[in-house]
Design a binder for this molecule. Structure first.
Ligand code: ADP
Ligand code: MG
Length: 730
């Protein structure tokens, strides 16, 4: 987890961990009552190092250095349930249902010798009908022993109907009456991993439940009775030993309670962090307006109404002395950079420093290039700092930031994570475009920093995501685009007509136009993408001559810069590119965007790419080249692109087509950052948890009341105990 963040005023430090190793340090502060839950799972009976490792893969994922804790195991909740009371009889078993059947074994039909593809069948019947139990690659003598002809057996498994006949392939259980009576009637089903038997997990969970102490209640009793929630321990008992499928329903009281606990821990940690930051900030920054006036005078345009409104919001935040955490939402091309610069100017007028972080080096350089002349005219001392500034140059910049002789630094996120000292950093501006992932890292890393934060994004982020990543965040929007912008005409063209497209472009550049040509993501590999772009570059150069340029992710930063500059200056008029140009590249006189294999791109990405044109006063065109036949989703995406330029609508459609996980760029299933809570089931609980947390922090900011102390346990249980350190420090 990333925790270093250099955004600190000189002489001010994050509430550092002591010199003890983190684990001991935590253990020392952690209330003793939790000790049994914070032991490694290997302390449970029947869990050795091997199983501990398998549980680690299951519970914490990947190559965690240590076995998971007992608490992690308890919060691993079942995904379903086997209900052995579901015994409808053979003929009445629905297709696909998991049932238990009490059957009489009639005959064995082994696979013919030497033909392993034909399964071994055992025919059996009950009062309602006959069923085939089917086994592939079976151990014949084992099957003969477990299912003697004429005996009664209980079999559980999934029933499938095949040509009007029922069968069960590889039943989960085949037992006699005696053994059946030993089995639990209802058994939870967990997400599993290799090397971990269901029985072993069940036994470990039993041990974990037994070691779970009765914990003091951290939830509000009124809320609990309204929601019919039980206490934490009985809730976990219910979840791990459910009696009916209803007890595991996501909206049912047991899972809901745990989801609420998880949301509350999240919201409380965020609120405590913010409260702490507010206390830390405590300094109002009021500029005298002189730099802003100089910038305005140097601009070739006047700011739009919504840009001015956003700047006014920010000015108020900065003057308030409370810490700012503001999201600036504005579609591609809406002019967010100017708002960022004006915000920076305010704190610089007040004698402090500002930093602008871009997601890529290319973009950092471009920002620097746009901002430099404006900074110069306002007397703002600006520097750029990326991985590329090295040696003496880098040392000078770092010194300038440390002694305050640099007012504004433009760079990439990476640099800011590497530990740069500032003399007095008042404002961090994060230019995110649409990659939301970094926001969350920011939320984590901004702990304790006294710096105001402005996040600029082109994607309207769903409120649920904002809440869980930041707690409440203020939002400014830039709904209107700068005046004089022409709409972009978007067309879809089958790839077969590539030659015609090339001819069209030839004609357009003869009249002075500039065009981007974006090559598709072939694989998740920059190398392969670069090769595709390289091939297209060679083709186009053969057709159109030396006016064709190339930029892709495998090129050195200096080469990329050079290619961009030549395109900007007009020495090249067609820029063949991979998606490196997706984010923020600004060449206002480029008016044609060709996207090859547009069907392979996501909506948000297509919208970002298209946003590279339509930035000047000339009409622009976007050609989406596709390879048919199109799947349904791809067809919808391209149709939406043709229909609208409205980023908010596109984001909504994108959500509809892809779901929240994709928007986050995480592609993981479920709700990111949460083990139990799911936005689709529990969004209403999130709002309640937010209000609850706010009230708690208002009334008991140090969490010292009896409920407050219980809430500290909650934070530990859900791994949000970072926030507890802030309590001690505060
Ligand atoms: P984005 O919101 O996508 O980051 P930019 O900040 O890159 O947008 O702005 C897009 C283009 O619009 C830039 O060329 C910028 O100089 C120009 N621009 C910004 N504000 C205005 C304005 N008020 N009037 C005209 N052009 C503007
Ligand atoms: Mg931008």
């Amino acid at each position: 987890m990333c925790c270093s963040y250099p955004a600190l005023r000189h002489g001010e430090r994050l509430p550092e961990r002591s010199n003890l190793p983190a684990e001991e340090n935590h253990a020392a502060m952690r209330p003793e009552i939790l000790n049994p839950l914070f032991r490694p799972v290997t302390s449970l009976a029947g869990v050795g190092p091997k199983i501990g490792e398998a549980m680690g893969r299951l519970l914490v994922g990947g190559d965690a250095p240590e076995p998971p804790r007992v608490a992690d195991l308890l919060l691993h909740i079942p995904v379903g349930l086997i209900d052995r009371r579901n015994q409808p009889g053979i003929a009445l078993s629905p297709e696909g249902a998991i049932v238990t059947l009490e059957v009489r074994i009639d005959r064995h039909m082994p696979a013919p010798r030497g033909n392993r593809r034909v399964p071994y069948r055992v025919m059996a019947h009950d009062d309602t009908g006959e069923i085939a139990l089917v086994f592939f690659r079976s151990d014949n003598s084992f099957l003969e022993r477990t299912m003697p002809v004429g005996e009664t057996r209980f079999v559980s498994g999934k029933v499938e109907w095949f040509n009007g006949r029922p069968q069960m392939v590889h039943p989960d259980h085949i037992v006699d009456r005696e053994a059946f009576e030993q089995l639990p009637m209802v058994e939870p089903v967990y997400p599993m991993t290799a090397g971990l038997a269901r029985k072993t997990l069940g036994r470990a969970l039993r041990g974990a439940l037994d070691s779970l102490p009765e914990l003091p209640e951290w939830l509000d009793p009124t809320l609990m009775s309204r929601q019919r929630w039980a206490a934490f321990k009985p809730t976990l008992e219910t979840v791990h030993t459910p009696a009916t499928p209803a007890e595991l329903a996501p909206e049912g009281p047991a899972i809901s309670r745990l989801a609420y606990d998880e949301f509350l821990a999240n919201q409380l940690a965020l609120m405590l962090t913010r409260a702490n930051l507010r206390r830390a900030a405590g300094r109002a920054r009021v500029g005298d307006g002189r730099m802003r006036r100089a910038i305005t005078a140097a601009l070739p345009f006047s700011l739009t109404g919504s840009q001015q409104a956003a700047i006014a919001d920010i000015e108020k935040d900065l003057a308030s002395g409370e810490r700012m955490l503001r999201l600036l939402q504005g579609d591609v091309g809406s002019g967010k950079t100017m708002v960022g610069l004006m915000a920076a100017a305010i704190v610089i007028e007040a004698g402090s420093q500002a930093a602008l972080m871009a997601p890529t080096e290319l973009l950092a350089r471009q920002h620097a290039k746009t901002l430099q002349p404006l900074a110069d005219s306002a007397g703002i001392r600006m520097a750029i700092l990326t991985g590329r500034e090295k040696g003496k140059e880098r040392a000078e910049i770092l010194a300038g930031l440390d002694d305050g002789s640099i007012d504004l630094v433009v760079g990439t996120h990476a640099v800011f994570q590497a530990g740069v000292e500032f003399h007095d950093l008042a404002l961090a501006i994060v230019d995110e475009q649409h990659r939301f992932g970094v926001h969350q890292r920011l939320a984590l890393s901004a702990k304790g920093a006294a710096t105001d934060i402005l996040v600029m994004t082109a994607t309207p982020i769903p409120r649920t995501l904002v809440l869980t990543a930041f707690g409440d965040m203020d939002v400014s929007k830039l709904p209107d685009k700068p005046a004089g912008r022409q709409p972009i005409e978007t067309r879809t063209v089958p790839l077969e007509r590539l030659d015609q497209v090339v001819e069209r472009i030839r004609a357009a550049i003869a009249e002075g136009a500039k065009a981007y040509w974006v090559c598709p993501l072939v694989e998740e590999s920059e190398e392969v993408d670069a090769a595709a772009a390289q091939d297209r570059f060679v083709d186009l150069q053969a057709a159109l001559g030396p006016v064709v340029g190339l930029v892709h992710g495998r090129m050195k930063a200096a080469e990329k810069d050079e290619a961009m500059k030549r395109f900007q200056r007009g020495e090249t008029r067609i820029l063949v590119a991979t998606t490196v140009i997706e984010v923020g590249v600004d060449v206002p006189d480029a008016t044609i965007m060709v996207i090859e294999h547009a069907e392979r791109f996501g909506l948000a990405q297509l919208h970002q790419l298209r946003g590279r044109v339509g930035r000047g006063s000339k009409a622009s065109t976007c050609l989406l080249l596709y390879k048919g036949p199109l799947g349904e989703v791809a067809h919808d995406r391209l149709a939406i692109m043709r229909d609208t330029e409205d980023g908010f609508r596109i984001a909504e459609e994108d959500l509809r087509l892809r779901g929240e996980g994709e928007l986050l760029g995480t592609r993981q299933s479920g709700t990111p950052g949460f083990k139990i809570a799911r936005f689709e089931h529990h969004a209403n609980l999130l709002e309640i948890a937010r209000d609850d947390a706010r009230l708690i922090v208002e009334k008991d900011p140090a969490l010292q009341s009896p409920r407050g102390k219980a809430l500290q346990l909650l934070l530990y249980l859900f791994g949000r105990d970072e926030a507890i350190k802030l309590l001690r420090a505060g």
